[in-house]
Design a protein around this ligand. Sequence first.
Ligand code: HEC
Length: 116
Amino acid sequence: MFRTKLIVIAVFAIGCLSACFDPPSSRFSIASSKDYGASLFRQNCAICHGQEADGKTLDDGTKVPSLRTGEFKFRSEAEIYKQISEGGNGMTPFRTQLSEREMRLLTDLVHNKLRK
Ligand code: HEC
């Protein structure tokens, strides 16, 4: 009886500890994700937006925005898809390089995984 109680308490304590030490809002890591969308991002987008989409300034002075935080220009999935497909204002269009499905995966990555 006493042993069972001890085990229950021990299990509970371990559960609490691991909950405390797990960062509550661990952010989505593009670099370590096995998703196809993340892999597409690494191949096509990281060069401008940065490895983890935090944005960066290119050698020619172009300021590439973070896709995670800040004032977003495009908010809906339709607008994000359009930006990926058509590009503009310093961004290359991907319509001819990626399939519709691939652009949708990237839209989902930006909208649902990075901007949270
Ligand atoms: C040649 C550099 C370059 C590449 C490559 C690039 N981008 Fe961009 N991207 C930009 C720039 C510059 C902007 C800002 C455009 C603007 O201000 O209108 C931008 C804007 C965006 C935005 C809109 C951000 C907002 O404020 O709403 C999204 C979404 C985006 N890019 C996603 C992607 C994705 C996904 C890829 C890969 C398929 C990609 N970009 C590849 C340069 C790039």
